[in-house]
Design a protein around this ligand. Structure first.
Ligand code: GTP
Length: 362
């Protein structure tokens, strides 16, 4: 069985992290996000995927062209310009056989039971099955209203408070019958949530819901991206990630000075150097080839590969993309640094700063 993974969005809400790195490749526990998604599909026997690409397509294709450690068949389709979530599926039509197929928004991490979802789809002879997940604040998402038998009756995108009738939202994972492709216009920007599904309801197609109460998060914003990393570190995301909640896992070929203190949960990548009296307070993820200077303090942060944290720096509740350099004595709190940012000596960055790639500040 095949899955189409939508990986061509601009990822504007995740900027500055996604200016040069597509959302699919942002590292989660030091692996590209999409690798986690692929592994989960493979566990359910889905080992052929079509990546629907547009923005920053070549970096995704290059990565999976060279690194296909999961032994899955990965195919690619490109859009000349982004076709929207349904237009992208139509664009992948020639790669799909005459069988049902999964469609995944490529920015969702979940422990959804794909096998049970497929069983439900087949038992009900549905045209489309939509996975639903319960969230605390549905206002920011697309609500899906259903009848008792699981038939979808209404879609409501980003509802006002007085319109909220359910906490079940569209979980961004679907099963399509191949005939649904005929309902999507060719080479036209078209949305699954706003156009295709409502038009299917209007034409009496069988659109069903499959509700799931497992772990679910989309990595659409920096805060949720950081949360996914921390949930995985602390064992809050079901069977994935660390299990006991306070492990310290160090990669290969690194050097951690005996006076450095690492308090879990911490994941330290390969070839990292942690100098004397540095303190890393979990939850924290540190990418490969990072250098943490003497008496530097890091807590509740995600650091991508090849980052230098100078002596005495403090990096608190922040994200630093690859190749950032924090010179000695800097203080960074609740900030998001794009890649190759340089913060000069002793500079205290205003709390909550978002710094575009390659900026030199201080
Ligand atoms: P924002 O710009 O922050 O809204 O992010 P986004 O561009 O990723 O959009 P959104 O979160 O709505 O997209 C959900 C999923 O669909 C993501 O995995 C996107 O990569 C993907 N996606 C969105 N638009 C397109 C598109 O036009 N083409 C393709 N191939 N994928 C898309």
């Amino acid at each position: 069985m095949k899955a189409v993974i939508l990986s061509g969005g601009l990822g504007t809400r995740l900027r500055p992290l996604t200016w040069n790195t597509p959302k699919s490749l942002v590292p989660v526990l030091n692996k590209p996000f999409l690798e986690h998604v692929l592994r989960h599909l493979k566990e359910h026997g889905i080992d052929e995927v079509v990546l629907a690409l547009s923005n920053l397509a070549s970096s995704i294709q290059e990565y999976f062209g060279c690194t296909n450690s999961l032994d899955m068949k990965i195919d690619y389709v490109m859009e000349r310009s982004a076709l929207g979530t349904a237009g992208a599926i139509k664009n992948a039509a020639e790669k799909l056989s005459h069988d049902s197929f999964f469609v995944l928004n490529g920015d969702i991490f979940s422990d959804l039971d794909y096998s049970a979802m497929l069983k439900c789809h087949r038992e009900n002879n549905s045209d489309v099955t939509i996975a639903l997940t319960a969230v605390d604040n549905p206002a920011a998402y697309g609500l899906v209203e259903t009848k008792g038998d699981g038939r979808v009756t209404r879609f409501l995108e980003k509802p006002r408070q007085d319109e909220i009738t359910t906490n079940l939202i569209n979980a961004g994972t679907y099963i399509f019958e191949p005939g649904v492709l005929d309902m999507i216009p060719t080479d036209t920007e078209y949305s699954t949530e706003r156009q295709l599904f409502p038009s299917m309801l209007a034409s009496d197609a069988s659109v069903r819901a499959f509700a799931s109460s497992g772990y679910w998060i989309d990595i659409g914003s920096p805060e949720k991206y950081r949360r996914l990393n921390f949930d995985l570190l602390s064992g809050r995301s079901g069977k994935y990630g660390f299990q006991n909640g306070n492990e310290v896992v160090t990669g290969q070929a690194g050097q951690v000075h005996p006076t450095a203190k690492l308090e879990g949960p911490v994941l330290l990548g390969d070839n990292c150097v942690v100098e004397s009296n540095a303190v890393i307070m979990g939850p924290a993820v540190i990418g490969d080839h990072c250098h943490i200077g003497e008496a530097a303090t890091i807590s509740a942060s995600v650091i991508w590969p090849r980052v230098t944290i100078g002596n005495g720096c403090k990096l608190i509740s922040s994200i630093a993309a690859d190749n950032c350099v924090l010179q000695s004595g800097c203080e960074i709190t609740q900030a998001i640094l794009g890649n190759r940012v340089k913060i000069l000596k002793n500079y205290k960055l205003p709390t909550g700063s978002m710094v575009e790639p390659k900026q030199i500040i201080g």
